[in-house]
Design a protein around this ligand. Structure first.
Ligand code: PLP
Length: 380
């Protein structure tokens, strides 16, 4: 007799699910409008899928949220989170922290501003830190309907005074979205501190092997959940069942990987600060970082993340030489959060606002002595 019990939800690849008669289909369609929570109420994979749903339940536990929704990429998660708050002429002004991932900036300029005509304002850091008083003044001046921030900014690694800021936004009835890709639920769970939606590029730390492109939204409010599921259904940006299954297995090791990445990154940040080839190290765990106190308060000693940004004394030429020298060990790949360490040159990827001498290192899970030896021999 065939016995094939599995502790995981298998991959349901079907695009549509089977009904025995019209009445059953009618009832299930009606239930689907209340959104699929059990395998009986699935209708069509673009609406919801059992494998995707199982992965969502697992990821909701990770972010400590009531619900989670998976999308086809981090950008589609951001698009979904923002779009559900677009209300025609009543949309109001949306306030974005100005230090954001380059793709998010491009989306704001090309889609939100140029195509949809949404009124956008930016909140700028002064001296690589966001000032709380200035933030409150900005809220009271422009009265935004929505705020978007990153828990740790890409690539300067600025950590906002987020608990106070989210509280100030909640007191004023402003919706808040936190991109927690760099912070991850390991360091901070923004929903505990009043955020309305948390988004992730699950392409990064949550999947962790550079082989899944996925986005994640998490929240506690059921009305927002309904709006997210509707938007995802209408625009067709749900994650594929195959990717959801793989994400489910890879996410099992997320905490182990991220703990090691934080540990390695902290040691590397210290090491680089002592190198004569390095003129500046940006790492929120170093006292020299402008937002060290915010990171300490927010992450409560759990770590400071797996990203280290630094500048080399010899400018672009030295960056070129460094990337070439370490190439067989630390690859240049335009992503981050992988189990292997990887590099990026922000100036040539995100634009001239970042110095030519800057390198962004996504620290992996290699043995620290190996990374130490590699960096010492290539940088001195
Ligand atoms: N948010 C942050 C902070 C990112 O770094 C990225 C990508 O690098 C994204 C969102 C977009 O994610 P994806 O590439 O999965 O669409």
């Amino acid at each position: 007799m065939l016995r094939a019990a599995t502790h995981r939800t298998p991959i349901y690849r079907d695009s549509g699910f089977l009904f025995h008669d019209i009445t059953e289909a009618e009832l299930t369609f009606r239930q689907e409008r209340q959104h699929p929570v059990s395998a009986e109420s699935f209708v069509y994979t673009r609406y919801g899928n059992p494998t995707v749903c199982a992965a969502e339940q697992q990821l909701a536990q990770l972010e400590g949220s009531r619900w989670a929704a998976l999308t086809s990429s981090g950008m589609s998660a951001i698009d979904t989170a923002l779009s559900i708050f677009q209300k025609g002429e009543k949309t109001g002004t949306w306030l974005f922290f100005s230090e954001l991932y380059g793709g998010t900036n491009a989306y704001i300029e090309n889609i939100l501003k140029a195509t949809r005509g949404i009124s956008i304002d930016y909140f700028n850091p002064s001296e690589d830190s966001y000032d709380f008083q200035e933030f409150c003044e900005k809220l009271d001046t422009i009265k935004p309907s929505l705020i978007f921030m990153e828990s740790v900014s890409n690539p300067l690694l600025i950590v906002p005074d987020a608990q106070k800021m989210l509280c100030a936004a909640r007191e004023r009835g402003i919706k808040t979205i936190v991109d927690n890709t760099f912070g991850t639920p390991f360091l901070w769970q923004p929903l505990e501190d009043n955020a309305d939606i948390v988004v992730h590029s699950a392409t990064k730390y949550i999947s962790g092997h550079g082989n899944i492109t996925a986005g994640l939204l998490c929240g506690n409010n059921d009305t927002i959940h309904d709006a997210v599921l509707d938007y995802r259904k209408f625009t067709g940006c749900i994650l594929s069942p195959d990717d959801a299954y793989r994400l489910q297995t890879q996410a099992c090791t997320f905490k182990l990987r991220f703990a090691k990445q934080c540990d390695n990154a902290y040691k590397i940040a210290k090491l680089l600060s002592q190198s004569k080839s390095v003129s500046r190290v940006l790492y929120p765990g170093l006292e020299s970082h402008k937002t060290f106190n915010n990171a300490n308060a927010l992450f409560k000693g759990k770590g400071f993340g797996g990203m280290v940004t630094f500048e080399l004394t010899g400018g672009r030429a030295m960056c070129d030489a460094f990337v070439t020298q370490v190439h067989d060990h630390i690859r240049y790949i335009p992503t981050l959060g992988d189990i292997n360490s990887i590099l990026l040159h922000p100036h040539t990827v995100f634009g001239a606002k970042y110095p030519e001498s800057m390198i962004r290192l996504s620290v992996g899970c290699e043995d620290y002595p190996y990374l130490q030896q590699l960096l010492e021999s290539s940088l001195g």
